[in-house]
Structure formats: C-alpha cells, structure tokens
Design a protein around this ligand. Sequence first.
Ligand SMILES: *Cc1c(COP(=O)(O)O)cnc(C)c1O
Length: 373
Amino acid sequence: MTKKREVFLSEPVLTDAEVTALKDVIESGWITMGDRVYEFEEKFAEQHNADDGIAVSSCTAGLHLVLKSLGISSGDEVLVPSLTFVASANAICHTGALPVFVDIESINRPLVSVSAAEEKRTARTKAIVVMHYGGWLCEMEAWRAYADKHGLLLIEDAAHVPGDARVGKLSDAGVFSFYGNKNMTTAEGGLILAKDPELRARIRRLRSHGMTSLTLDRRAGHAYSYDVTHLGFNYRMDELRAAVGLVQLKRLSEWNSKRNTLLGCYQDLLADRDGSLELPFSEDRDTTAHLCPVLLPQDAAREMIMKELREQGVHSSIHYPPTHKFSYYQETQGDQRLQNTEKYADRELSLPIHPAMSKSDVEYVVHSLMKCL
Ligand SMILES: *Cc1c(COP(=O)(O)O)cnc(C)c1O
C-alpha cells in the first residue's frame, strides 16, 4: 500500500544541525539566557540591518513588553486590526488600554487601513499596532506619516515577516515570532527590533523583572547584588531556543525564497482557473510568503471544502477569525461591524506553504481544491 500524500499547512525544517546545537548547550552546563541569546540577538539584528535586537519568550510577550515600555496604560486606546492573531489585542488589554479594532483596506489587500484607522481615532488614541498580513508589508511610510501627524506610537506585529529588513525602521518597534509554524522557529520565541537605544534599554530591563543585573553576570562574578527599578516581567529567551534560532537564521533567506517560488506556483496555477477563486495580493511577490491565502466563491461551503481537502491529505486553515467576533471581545466591547474584515474572513482559506513542499505538492493541493469546488 502506498502512503497517502499529506501536505501540512506549515512544517518546521529541523535537521541534525539543530540537534547538535541543542546538545552543545546541554553539555555547556548553562541553559538560561546567556551568550547564545546575545549572539542570536546580534546576528538577527545584523541580518535585518538593525543595531541590536531583544530576544523574548514569544511574540505575544514581546508585544506586551513593547507596549508597557512605551508607557501604554489604562485610559489609552490602541488601534489594531481585527484580522490578525488575537495576541495583539490581548497584549493591549493586559496594559489596561482598550484595543480599538480597525478594518482592512479591501478584500484584495487585507492590510489594516489608514482611512479606517482615522475613523476610529479619538483624543485617547496613543498607538497603532499594524500587522504585515501573510508576509506583505503594510505601507509603512503612510503609517509613519499618519502616526506623526497625530502624535501616535507605531508598533509592528512582524510575526509573518522575519527576514524583511524594513521592519523596525519606520516604527517605534517591530516584534517577530519564532513559533513552530512561522518562517523560522525556536519552538516558542520572539524578537524585538527598536531604533531608539533608550527604548531598547527599558525593554531589556522589563524583560527580566525590572532588575539591574542578570543571573549570568552574578554567576560570572560581575555583580553581587541587584536593585529592582521597574515593575518587570520574565519574558526572557533561553540558550536552547537561541541555539536553534542561530541555526535557523542561517537558512531564513533561502526558505523565504523557496516560499516565494511556491507562492508563484500557486498564483500561476490558480490564475489559469475560471476565476472562481480570488487571490489577494495577486501578482505581488514582495513578501516573505508566510501564508498562501485564497478567497473562495461567496457561496462556497468552506467547512465542507476543508473537510474534503483533509480527506485528500491537504491541511488548510483560516487566517483569521476576526478578533472582534470572539466571545471575550463581544462581551467587553459589544457588537461591531468591520465590513471588509468580515467579508474577507468569511471567504478566506489558507493553503499549505512551507519550504519542505515541492512544486508537485502545490499542484496536488490545487488539483485537490479544484475537485472540491
Ligand atoms: C503567531 C503570531 C503571533 C503570536 O506569536 P507567538 O510567538 O506565538 O506569541 C502574533 N501575531 C501574529 C500575526 C501571529 O501570526
């Protein structure tokens, strides 16, 4: 019997190099934040033309840390897309501020919209969190100009775009994710790029309990005591994750180009069809290709299609159920309408895309999808 083909939505590439790197950490006797974390920060920053980076335990932790370090607190409002992972809105809530949900530009460009943001801005608005959906960068010049005009802080949820050196250049801070399904992984993990050295110092301090010295320094005999100057967190990365990150980082640009090639295959194959499917960002390949989103016909039974795809071994997903529709946000904010977000989320289907896929996998996915339709 031949094994049924199975195409996962995403899949981390993990090799002997990661195993060796992990073994080295274990044999070193030092597993919590230390030299490997600093090396990972340095190398990641270097690859993104940044002065420095701050590794954290997750992108969610990083977003919370950035918002806290920028002084966002209760009474403030923060503009945020609804069409994103819930982490951004949750992180805003944890500062005591109110996340205010902003619609996307259109179903063909599902990026948070400047004009929709303006409709939601009030005197209490302090910041905007933009998200580079699927790997396509938001128009950062326009967002910077908008933020400057109204004195707002600008934060990037860069979970989908590791490898894009534009992150952190026009914003106050950008936060990446290295969760297992992202373009590179440390299992759990994240990293913050921020231009302002003073902000970076505050973020570093808050990352580790608001303490003035680190365990490693004390172990090395550099410090015998410490003070706590701020109310901080434990959002550190550890040596094991950093060691994996250092290995993964070396292959990030190769993987991002592979993703682009696969996305191109999808675009070519799907463009040939009768127009029953729509492709957001069609033709636009300036992306880290984290996702391959398609829009199903308006009346398509998406759950049935996903189930039938799964029976053919093809995994799919939805990015995203709108945040403002979740029970918690309905209960805390009431019913809201975000027309484009809802229209898009109702029809969106994410197809498998990851560097271990082949062109023939893409053909198989497209063929399977066409059968379902
Ligand atoms: C994955 C993801 C996050 C959360 O990242 P973690 O590292 O798991 O905390 C946040 N935002 C977006 C857009 C994501 O895709």
